[in-house]
Design a protein around this ligand. Sequence first.
Ligand SMILES: [Zn+2]
Length: 134
Amino acid sequence: MIESTELEQFQNFIDDLILRNKSILDQMTKLQDASARLNRAISKSATMCGCIKLETAKQQLDFSSISSSEELKSLLSTHLEGYPCPDCNESIEKEMGRVLFYLGALANTLGISLSSVVENEKARTNILGKYSLK
Ligand SMILES: [Zn+2]
């Protein structure tokens, strides 16, 4: 018997719940909406709450003198200063959950396993290594 992963359980859970947004069109637009809400929650952490700061600057993209991925990591910036406070963290997590829910619903409708998606993405990224530049 194949052991059910947490992602497979999550997809089954979504499949049991989703009724109102059964159409792939609803799922596509709900995923996009959830993604926008996630960005909005992160943005509000900086602009309304102030628990995080966005410190943007041009990234150092001259890789010619870089010898290791650790060195590369230390040179590139997230442009994020601080971490979300508990309230902001809660709303960001809630919106991330909605993104995962509608991504799972879309995967179910298309007959795609999120576990396979994760495994394939890890394998692809691992092959490309630091040159994937994600
Ligand atoms: Zn906050």
